[in-house]
Design a protein around this ligand. Structure first.
Ligand SMILES: *[C@@H]1O[C@H](CO)[C@@H](O)[C@H](O)[C@H]1NC(C)=O
Ligand SMILES: *[C@@H]1O[C@H](CO)[C@@H](O)[C@H](O)[C@H]1NC(C)=O
Ligand SMILES: CC(=O)N[C@H]1CO[C@H](CO)[C@@H](O)[C@@H]1O
Length: 108
């Protein structure tokens, strides 16, 4: 059981040091891609339209800017953590939560 925990811990560390994953799709989606830089989310500022999730080549400062894409104004946010341009709970924190729960059980 102890070995099992160590393997999980190792996998967690490896996962964190790998290339960052970002959601890379339009609208409500779960598709992700490996990215070198920051994840982005572009939300239309006016009217309807889909959110655009993608990523950059480079890591830039995490911030939100206003920009025009295809004649529409979007609010684009950059972020620099695993799958951070998502509306759902990040998988890394879910993983860490599971790991902590396991460790606590192990230590009792
Ligand atoms: C994002 O998805 C598109 C279309 O599936 C693909 O062409 C593109 O290479 C992806 N971007 C990255 C960074 O993987
Ligand atoms: C982004 O990456 C692609 C392919 O790796 C490269 O061709 C392109 O020049 C890069 N763009 C920037 C802005 O670095
Ligand atoms: C930092 C960042 O870009 N977060 C965005 C991720 O995507 C959601 C929409 O699903 C935005 O609300 C966040 O601002």
């Amino acid at each position: 059981m102890r070995t099992c925990v160590f393997i999980l811990l190792l996998l967690g560390i490896l996962q964190l040091s790998e290339a960052r994953l970002c959601y890379n799709c339009t609208g409500d989606c779960v598709t992700d891609s490996e990215c070198k830089g920051s994840c982005t989310t572009s939300v239309p500022e006016l009217g309807d339209g889909h959110e655009i999730r993608s990523c950059q080549n480079e890591t830039v400062e995490a911030r939100c800017i206003s920009e025009i894409i295809f004649d529409k104004r979007y609010k684009t946010c950059y972020c620099n953590t695993e799958r951070c341009n998502s509306s759902s709970v990040a998988s890394v924190s879910a993983f860490l939560f599971a790991l902590v729960a396991l460790l606590l059980r192990e230590l009792r």
